[in-house]
Design a protein around this ligand. Structure first.
Ligand code: PLP
Length: 475
């Protein structure tokens, strides 16, 4: 007895699992969007110890229905409007399945040349798809890599910037505590985490003030840099955002890039969700100034029908990244690496090993084609713009930030208490889910539109629920 699952058993159980996922896709709308369980409810249903004897996967699929499903918040529901879409799709799931089946470790080119070459090619496809600056293509000095998250991508950018600024001395001697980085008051919190991980220290991160659209003020950035220089510090990195989390603001890349060039700072651009908008020619304004960036990240796992994890990270000069992260022990030496003719992605990320993530991106781009991706991004933006107009026309709701794309931030005129009560009410209904933030110390609801199955009727129903809740809580 081998205990292994035979290929034939796998075929049978695998078909059942695919059937389970297909049924989930068909029925996702019927579940309460936000899981209603209490802490510990799910765990209490699991046996204390692992099974002594192997069990049938039929039993596992039954437990998926009975134990797991009540504890799921349905990110793929068409009524999910919280955080960011994190949408997936049939082709992405199939790509991940193929990748799981091969289960190769793509540390270096030699470990599976197809993994590396398809990934490098997919990243060049993204450069063309989004009309990114040619300097991010692997045809020149740059190139792209798939990281597990935006946070990891920014961390790699930060380390490359740190090493460029210190001629690789920080890698060897540690940080001298003098390095300073800049974001805005609206920059996503992952930057501060990365700053800590990289040993720069939170006190050496400046949060530059923003304008009335919540975009970074380039004049204040320059003032902050000058003040740090005058104090004998060493500015090395600016992180600009296209599509901030709390306000969907767009930092002025051309002005920030010009300052970075003048003072010799690395410019990293975080395009987390909204980078995808550039698939549509009329939204390519999001890329304005990107040609001045040293690195760029956007997450296909947010708004490009590609399941988590798939963060697309580009550098203009791959040597800076590789020099900062490469360590070559004897046991990894090989002829292909020594020849210099191949990419070894282990030098572009923190972990050594890596999954064949490019397969899902390949499946997605081949299934939708450019026209399919454009169609859905246009559709999501149109739905969000319609929602924005309803907010603008409503006497009791206030638009909290300009909302140029698929994220609408708004609040109730009566103040935080009313806004909170409305949000609690609609989220408790299980029929929709949206999340919140604070802007200028005021509570704001975020309506983020981008689920694969979200249609006009879902957005209309959400608006009706919100207006009914507003009437009920302010009666
Ligand atoms: N940047 C922005 C603007 C975000 O909104 C987020 C996540 O919401 C991130 C970065 C972090 O993304 P990840 O979860 O891929 O690290």
């Amino acid at each position: 007895m081998s205990f292994h699952m035979t290929p034939d058993e796998f075929r049978k159980q695998g078909h059942a699992a695919i059937e389970w996922v297909a049924r989930y896709m068909e029925e996702v709308e019927k579940y309460p969007v936000l899981s209603q369980v209490k802490p510990g409810d799910i765990r209490a249903q699991l046996p204390v110890s692992p099974p002594e004897h192997g069990e049938s996967l039929d039993d596992l699929l039954r437990d998926m229905d009975q134990i797991v499903m009540p504890g799921i918040t349905h990110w793929q529901s068409p009524d999910f409007f919280a955080y960011f879409p994190a949408n997936t799709s049939g082709p992405s799931i199939i790509g991940d399945l193929l990748s799981a089946g091969l289960n190769v470790q793509g540390m270096m080119w030699i470990n599976s040349p197809a993994l590396t070459e398809i990934e490098a090619h997919m990243m060049d496809w993204l450069v063309e798809l989004l009309d990114l600056p040619e300097r991010f293509s692997s045809r020149g000095d740059g190139g792209g890599v798939i990281e597990d998250s935006g946070s990891s991508s920014t961390l790699c950018a930060l380390i490359a910037a740190r090493e460029r600024a210190t001629d690789l001395a920080s890698n060897h001697k540690g940080c001298d505590g003098n390095l300073v980085a800049y974001g805005s008051t609206q920059t996503h919190s992952h930057l501060e985490k990365d700053i800590r991980v990289a040993g720069i220290g939170s006190d050496n991160l400046r949060s530059v003030g923003v304008d009335e659209t919540y975009a970074m003020r380039a004049d204040l950035l320059e003032e902050a840099i000058q003040a740090d220089l005058a104090a004998g510090r060493k500015p090395f990195l600016v992180v600009a955002t296209i599509g901030t989390t709390s306000s969907n603001a767009f930092d002025p890349l051309p002005a920030i890039g010009e300052i970075c060039q003048r003072y010799g700072l690395w410019m990293h651009v975080d395009g987390a969700m909204c980078g995808t908008a550039a698939v549509v020619p009329e939204y390519r304004w999001v890329n304005k100034g990107l040609e001045l960036a040293d690195s760029y990240v956007f997450n296909p796992h947010k708004w490009m029908f590609t399941g988590f994890d798939c963060s697309a990270f580009f550098v203009a000069e791959r040597a800076s990244l590789v020099n900062a992260l490469s360590i070559l022990p004897e046991y990894l030496r090989n002829e292909a690496t020594a020849s210099g003719a191949v990419i070894d992605y282990r030098d572009w990320q923190v972990p050594l090993g890596r999954r064949f993530r490019a397969l899902k991106l390949w499946c997605v781009m081949r299934h939708y084609g450019v026209e399919g991706l454009r169609f859905h991004v246009r559709r999501h933006v149109a739905l969000a713009q319609e929602f924005k107009h309803w907010v603008l026309e409503h006497p009791d709701f206030v638009l909290a930030a300009p909302a140029p794309l698929n994220l609408v931030c708004f609040r109730h005129k009566a103040g935080d208490e009313a806004t909170q009560a409305i949000m609690d009410r609609v989220n408790a209904s299980g029929r929709m889910f949206l999340s919140h933030t604070k802007l200028d110390d005021r509570l704001v609801m975020r309506m983020s539109i981008g689920q694969a199955q979200t249609e006009a009727r879902h957005v209309r129903a959400a608006w009706e629920m919100l207006t009914e809740a507003a009437e009920a809580v302010t009666e």
